[in-house]
Design a protein around this ligand. Structure first.
Ligand code: HEC
Length: 119
């Protein structure tokens, strides 16, 4: 049992404690893991299909395409929260408990959905 928790601790929280914003550069983000993390951390405001809710904007909106909002703004949004500025949904709170790897997975998932929605 201890071994199990030690492993979980090493896998995820080690990343957070280090305080780094980004995963190590050879980490290859996972779209499917990103979908899981998105659904448990972002979906209630940004919507099941990333199309937004009454609590947050659609991440498929043109302003969130990578030409306008670089990956950096996703890492910052999660770590520091976002003051209301583009919309009238209010502020986005700091999202805790996500390691840099999990955030990079979510970015890969969002970019993938953005590409699919391109018209
Ligand atoms: C409690 C609701 C809520 C949750 C949960 C939430 N967001 Fe947000 N998010 C918002 C709102 C509201 C805004 C828009 C703020 C504005 O620009 O007016 C926003 C904006 C953003 C932006 C744009 C940042 C910028 O620089 O303009 C990104 C990127 C983002 N969210 C990503 C995420 C990700 C990734 C998650 C999950 C890890 C998440 N959000 C979870 C409410 C939320």
């Amino acid at each position: 049992m201890f071994g199990f928790f030690a492993l979980i601790n090493w896998l995820d929280f080690g990343q957070i404690k280090k305080g780094g914003l980004f995963p190590d550069s050879n980490y290859r983000p996972s779209i499917s893991q990103g979908k899981i993390s998105y659904q448990s951390n972002c979906m209630k405001c940004h919507g099941k299909h990333l199309l937004g809710t009454d609590k947050g904007p659609s991440l498929l909106d043109d302003v969130y395409k990578s030409s306008h909002h670089a990956d950096l703004s996703f890492y910052f949004a999660v770590k520091n929260g976002v003051k209301q500025h583009h919309w009238k949904f209010g502020d986005m709170p700091i999202i805790t408990g996500l390691s840099p790897r999990r955030v990079s997975d979510i970015i890969a998932y969002v970019r993938y959905k953005q590409k699919l929605s391109k018209n």
